[in-house]
Design a protein around this ligand. Structure first.
Ligand code: IMP
Length: 178
């Protein structure tokens, strides 16, 4: 599977180290807020697992699955909920956990959707962010790495639902696409 990567952007160790830093910041910022971390399936599974285990606060976690209509690898911002939250978030301090923010369309929809349910606050933590995200007005409070505009896989990120279980994050070799 590793042979399908053209270039490694971040190794497992680099990801772990950066997530530990983010976990420390979240621990401090939410010390008295009893945060509810909401992961976006399926890509955020690995981030959520390692981020929450690096935190010292006990947290509640919940999951949403959404599908974003789009062509190929671009999302359109038209979003459908495939799996909603298991709980009411009224009055809760919500932290959305994402693998990657690309156009930011999915995320801005999600922030608005969750924001309409009466939470005390909604913030976002993403492991990766691409340059296009700057075009959409979504404040992302915690960012692991800002990356160039390339398609990446691994550590939860997929190409046609594969490569999520790669431990590193990298770009795919040409032969995979052809
Ligand atoms: P956005 O609405 O354009 O921000 O799309 C975000 C979603 O697109 C992510 O949650 C991923 O599922 C997918 N995505 C965007 N860029 C990549 C990438 O480089 N690799 C894998 N999936 C990506």
């Amino acid at each position: 599977m590793g042979a399908d990567l053209a270039r490694v952007l971040y190794t497992e160790a680099q990801i772990r180290e950066r997530l530990a830093e983010l976990a420390g910041a979240i621990d401090r910022d939410y010390a008295d807020k009893d945060p509810l971390l909401i992961g976006v399936l399926k890509g955020a599974v690995q981030v959520m697992a390692d981020l929450t285990r690096a935190m010292h606060l006990t947290t509640e976690t919940d999951w949403m699955a959404v599908s974003s209509y789009g062509s190929g690898t671009k999302s359109s911002g038209v979003v459908r909920i495939l799996k909603d939250l298991d709980r009411d978030i009224t009055g809760r301090h919500v932290l959305i956990v994402e693998d990657i923010v690309d156009s930011g369309l999915t995320l801005s929809w999600l922030v608005a959707n969750l924001g309409s349910r009466g939470p005390a606050s909604v913030e976002v933590c993403t492991l990766l962010r691409k340059p296009d995200a700057a075009k959409v007005r979504v404040d992302v409070r915690y960012v692991g790495f800002d990356i160039p505009n390339e398609f990446v896989v691994g550590y939860g990120l997929d190409y046609a639902d594969r490569y999520r279980n790669l431990r590193d994050i990298g770009t795919l070799a040409e032969h995979v696409y052809s």
